[in-house]
Design a protein around this ligand. Sequence first.
Ligand SMILES: *Cc1c(COP(=O)(O)O)cnc(C)c1O
Length: 397
Amino acid sequence: MKVSPTYERNLEIHLHGPGPSDVPGEVLRAMSVTTLGHLDSEFIRIMDETQAMLRELYQTKNRMTIPISGTGSSGMEALVANLIEPQDKVIVVRNGVFGGRIADEVSRFGAEAIPIDLEWGTVVTPEQVREVFSGKNCQALFLVHAETSTGAHQQHMREIGEIVHRNGALFLVDMVTSLGGTEVKIDEWGVDAAYSGTQKCLSVPPGLSPITLNERAMEKLRGRKVRSWYFDLGMIEKYWNEGHQRKYHHTAPVNMIYALHEGLRLVLEEGLDTRFQRHRRNATALQAGLEGLGFTYIVRKQNQRLPMLHAVYLPEGVEEGRLRKEIKSSYNIEIGGGLGKFRGKAWRIGLMGHSSTENKLYRLLNAIGEVFKKYGISGDGAAGSQAARAIYQDTES
Ligand SMILES: *Cc1c(COP(=O)(O)O)cnc(C)c1O
């Protein structure tokens, strides 16, 4: 079989940015299998299995656990369109770019966004949440579990969930970067609805947004004419309804669902605990390596740092864009620049899913070290890898 010369080239890239992450061969292979009809019984079996696996990842019994057709942001839009009504008051934790997007989205749907504005690189406390609710009638609280623009890892999820429920509101969470890379416990934390994306820690190409909603959330949309036709979850539910007549709403992106199905199978084959432990171990080594090269973390508190995304300030004298380009052109390694207020000042280095391995980490640290040496930035270009190696030797498994 011939493909165009565009794809005959062996494209070599190692993805260490804020997503997408490296996609395993098994997933690419599954994507290239014959496209079935979206109502074919064989495809429906694949859909059912995909839902069951997503529930395991999200740690939930929620029936309404499905991939939305679209990237991570489509999950955000689906939640807002279905669960937020005009005139609602919605508390939005803004501690980075993605919290800001949610506030924008909420106001576009005619609701009032009540921001909790925090210093970027910090997380919200239960006290702050309690305070914002006091004396106000708010219908929902929205926060980002893993803020990819700063590397901040939201803590106190269960406590925040309790406060939100005591105030009769819905607890809505962006889990785009956390799902598949660190603990996510929908039922235990009392999260009413959440969304994620395929291209971060699931290591599936971009294109789907796995969402989950509990019955409390589903009640809010029942009997209401949702303001988005494409994301009307009441209608979409009738297509994903396990064990029932499947009702066409829009054509499912069949091959993307194969990819997700295979990606989820690989995640569960590794095991969630093993996978999270791998992400943590490689994060500890990367941190030692980056600090050895003179980087400092945007998130100051160690226990609030994400294992899969390292947002770091560059050492003195580093020309951000130029060095990043050089790492790409000479080593085929992609890392991310700073987002929002960190543009030009920081890098975002991802160790997500399939991109989080010891070998890939050495390649990455070596490349940064070499480029630093070339530009005379740090005295010893090998300092990063040496520091990482010491961590691996200390935690020999
Ligand atoms: C990547 C990301 C998104 C957006 O996902 P897209 O797939 O780019 O639409 C939303 N929230 C967070 C926290 C992200 O990291």
